[in-house]
Design a protein around this ligand. Structure first.
Ligand code: PHE
Length: 446
């Protein structure tokens, strides 16, 4: 059960939690969560999201952590090690393909943050923040260049290796992002008209709920916690044996939720104060927060620079974790060098990202089922492929691995979390897989 070669390990418990939280907290919280809340009816969506996090996502998180640490491998290798001679490892291929699809459009939005960081430095936000965003994404070159810059940064950090690249980055920037968002929330609430946004975030309107909203909430829970693609599995494989899986999971999920809710409370009040439609979609954060900054006078310029800088870092700590999955696979399973794996994957993903980026501009007419490339990739990954990966992991831990092994890993050899084990095992074995399947089927039928 030992990993094939000496692998790097995270140095401490704090480093594990920070790296996992660094992966989880990213554009998913700050860009995706607020716009989905706006598109799916506000508080009712948030409630479903909370349930999905606890009942479906947390058990899958535990499953990935158990598989990763037990095997000490990437997701494909983990199946080979833990279920030798079976077809499980081929199913794990989904966790090699999905991250690449995710990274392609993630990098496009990462590029938007690069652009907004640069615009902030040049003090280029005036009143018409929606117009500025619209002109930007529908142009050809600007978003393509920033997508390229973002992908290059991601590949560069992954090339530096686990310790030097990832650990150092995550420890410094997360607290800064937290402080900035809290400041933006507080300031936003002083702008006239903004309290309607708070109401929208806390007063549920259940008439908006349907099968698609539930599927979207589930997808967001997986997307936001980086689940179903082998990221948590791969990071857990860098975890030392004495670390506590439950503490890491609960801390990561709590931080992640906190950032998402804070981002919601930063964005929604501004949506109402600025008179933007909550349903606006993918551009919401980029249209609303500059509106707040433009109200802050000279301080707005500074907050804006710091904010887009920290979003950028949050996005990078996530994107490197997405790329790391594929790199770990190629290095450990195919024997490629780290440099070759990183460059090949980054290039291929970049090319897919070009399609996503252009789908807001020159390729906006190319649609499948009414969706452009960007939306197809996003929808396919978060609403289908990630929960599907999560389903596989929970089935693997719940039904394929022996209960004794699962318990051993979950309880650190019977020393931790012993009382919790049966409840989590039940969630993993029955509730998560059945829940995911039910959401899939209802979403297909209705
Ligand atoms: N969880 C990340 C975010 O919220 C995105 C991500 C998805 C990262 C999948 C890794 C794997 O931004």
């Amino acid at each position: 059960m030992e990993p094939m070669k000496a692998r790097e390990h995270f140095g401490s418990r704090m480093a594990v939690i920070m790296a996992m939280a660094g992966s989880a907290i990213g554009l998913g919280n700050i860009w995706r969560f607020p716009y989905l809340v706006g598109q799916n009816g506000g508080a009712a969506f948030i409630l479903v999201y909370l349930v999905a996090c606890v009942v479906l996502a947390l058990p899958v998180f535990m499953a990935e952590a158990i598989i990763g640490r037990r095997s000490g491998c990437n997701s494909f290798g983990a199946m080979r090690v833990l279920a030798p001679g079976t077809r499980w490892k081929w199913l794990a291929m989904v966790t090699v393909i999905t991250p690449m699809l995710i990274l392609s459009y993630y990098s496009v939005v990462g590029g938007w943050s690069v652009d907004y960081f640069i615009k902030s430095c040049a003090f280029r936000f005036t009143g018409d923040t929606s117009g500025i965003f619209g002109r930007f994404i529908s142009s050809t070159w600007e978003p393509l260049i920033t997508h390229t810059v973002f992908m290059a940064f991601t590949a560069g950090i992954v090339l530096l290796g686990v310790k030097k690249g990832i650990e150092k980055f995550t420890k410094i920037t997360m607290p800064m992002l937290f402080v900035l968002i809290v400041a933006i929330v507080i300031y936003g609430l002083t702008i006239p008209g903004s309290w309607k946004g708070v109401e929208y975030m806390v007063k549920p309107d259940f008439s908006k709920l349907d099968a698609n909203v539930v599927a979207t909430a589930m997808g967001q829970a997986f997307f936001s916690l980086s689940l179903g693609v082998g990221t948590i599995l791969t990071y857990a494989s860098y975890m030392q044996k004495q670390e506590n899986i439950v503490t890491s999971g609960v801390c990561t999920a709590s931080f992640d939720l906190l950032f998402a809710l804070l981002a919601g409370f930063a964005v929604m009040p501004a949506v109402f104060a600025a008179g933007i439609a909550p349903e606006e979609g993918a551009g919401l954060v980029f249209q609303t927060l500059p509106f707040i900054f433009s109200h802050m006078g000279w301080a707005g310029a500074i907050v804006s620079i710091l904010f887009f800088f920290s979003i950028l870092i949050a996005a990078l700590t996530s994107s490197i974790s997405v790329l790391e999955v594929g790199v770990a696979y190629l290095v450990e399973e195919k024997g490629w060098t780290r440099v070759r794996s990183t460059l090949v994957l980054a290039l291929a993903t970049w090319a897919l990202g070009v399609l996503c980026s252009l789908s807001f501009g020159p390729l906006s007419g190319v649609k499948l089922l009414g969706l452009g490339f960007f939306d197809i990739f996003d929808n396919l990954c978060s609403n289908w492929l990630m929960p599907f990966g999560g389903l596989l992991f929970s089935l693997f831990v719940g039904w394929k691995m022996s209960k004794a092994d699962v318990r051993d890993e979950f309880t650190n050899g019977g020393t931790r979390n012993v009382g919790l084990f049966n409840a989590v095992y039940f969630l993993l074995r029955y509730v998560a897989p059945v829940g995911i399947l039910v959401v899939f089927v209802t979403n297909l039928l209705f």
